[in-house]
Every structure is written in C-alpha cells, then in structure tokens.
Design a binder for this molecule. Structure first.
Ligand SMILES: [Zn+2]
Ligand SMILES: [Zn+2]
Length: 233
C-alpha cells in the first residue's frame, strides 16, 4: 500500500506540473502552439482537477511580469521581497486566493480576449474532487497525500517560475532583468527550470537553448505534435 500511495503521489504531482507548464504557462499565457479543442478541454479539466488557480488573474499577472520583469511595476519579482514572495508562492491556491495587485487597465491590456471559464467560476471545486477521489482510495491518509500534492505542485511551478528563476542559477542571455536557469536539465519542473531562456523568447516552445540543456515539457509537446493533437506555430 505504501508503494502504491507513493507512486500515486509522484504521478499526480508530475501530471499537475505538466499541466501547469504545458497548458497554463505555454498555451494559455504564451500561446506557443495550437491545440485540438478536445485535447484543450482534457488539459483544462486536468489542470482544474490537479492544480487550481483563478486562471484569468494568473494569465494577466504573468503577461505583465514578462513585459516589466523585475522592474518596480513587475507584479511578482523576488527582488522586492524574496521570502515574502516565496511564502506566498508555496501556499496552494486552495487555502489562499492568488491575490496580486492588478488594475482594470491590466485586465484589459493583458487579458481582454480571454473569456472566464469554469475554472474561474469554481476554482476550488476541481481539487476538492481530487481530494474526494484520493480519500476514497486511501482513506484518511488521502488528506496527507492531497496536501503533499498541492504543496509540491506549487513548489515545482509557481515558486520556480516566480522566485527561484529570478534568483538562483546561471544565465545564457543577459537580459534587462534577473532571470536565471536553475539547472540545464529540466525534468522535475518539466523545463520551467530554464527560466532565463524562456524570458529571452517567450514564444519559443523549447525552453532549452544550448546543446547540454533539456526541456522535458517540450518533448511531451513533440509527442502530441506527432500524434497531430497540437500544432507548433
Ligand atoms: Zn512565461
Ligand atoms: Zn519570470
């Protein structure tokens, strides 16, 4: 049972990170590829079930972050409070709504064409259903698995993208910001480790720039592309 519980936790964490990176970050925010509508619905459902955040707020603040990275109007730069931002990124959206100051102007400029979806209307329902499923399989231990899942997914995505990727590691490209690549091999965070490369060209699907770098998320996208489920732009 312990082995099954461990496998279940690792698989759901990985799937949550994959959906946050491939669906929310690369597709919804940066529109790096086109996707078959059925696949898009499956990705959206999976993201809602395993991750959870108010998607429109997240899209608007991240697009603004790219335009004003590490400047005083960046909605989330660790340069203006590393520990307070890290603390906020580690708390899953289930316990705290993702509140970063955004104006009406920001919503129109960065998210005008995005229609709110069921994720925005019922942001906590998906992970609540995931909790119910996990408890039905593992009993009350399911609550521990669910908590580990939520914190790990937040750690490997939001904390990596917004905190570690602007503070630790190396640079390939000198940009007008503090972005870094945490490590050349992007497996745990499915390529989000290569944040300096991503800021260099946010439309590029492959976050790896150099020969020794590897972006696992891009390899998954290549498989979906081969199956004709997505098309690179
Ligand atoms: Zn981005
Ligand atoms: Zn960034």
């Amino acid at each position: 049972m312990l082995i099954f519980a461990t496998m279940y936790t690792l698989v759901t964490i990985h799937l949550g990170v994959v959906l946050a990176s491939l669906y929310m970050h690369r597709y919804m925010i940066h529109r790096q590829y086109n996707v078959n509508p059925y696949v898009e619905s499956i990705m959206k459902f999976g993201y809602w079930f395993l991750f959870e955040t108010v998607s429109k707020e997240f899209i608007v603040q991240h697009r603004k972050h790219h335009e004003f990275s590490d400047s005083t109007v960046d909605p989330h730069s660790p340069r203006f409070g590393y520990w307070s931002l890290l603390k906020c990124c580690l708390i899953p959206g289930f316990f705290r709504s993702y509140k970063i100051e955004l104006s009406e102007f920001d919503y129109n400029r960065y998210g005008g064409s995005i229609k709110p979806s069921f994720i925005d209307r019922y942001p906590r329902l998906g992970v609540s259903l995931f909790l119910a499923l996990t408890v039905s399989i593992f009993g009350w231990y399911g609550i521990i698995i669910w908590l580990v899942h939520l914190f790990a997914v937040n750690f490997l995505t939001i904390a990596t993208i917004t905190v570690f990727g602007h503070a630790h590691g190396y640079k390939n490209v000198n940009l007008n910001d503090y972005t870094t690549n945490l490590m050349p091999i992007g497996i745990l965070c499915v390529g989000e480790e290569l944040h300096n490369n991503h800021h260099y060209d946010s439309k590029r699907c492959n976050f790896a720039l150099k020969q020794n770098e590897f972006d696992l998320g891009f390899q998954y996208l290549r498989v979906l592309n081969k199956l004709n489920l997505i098309q690179f732009k």
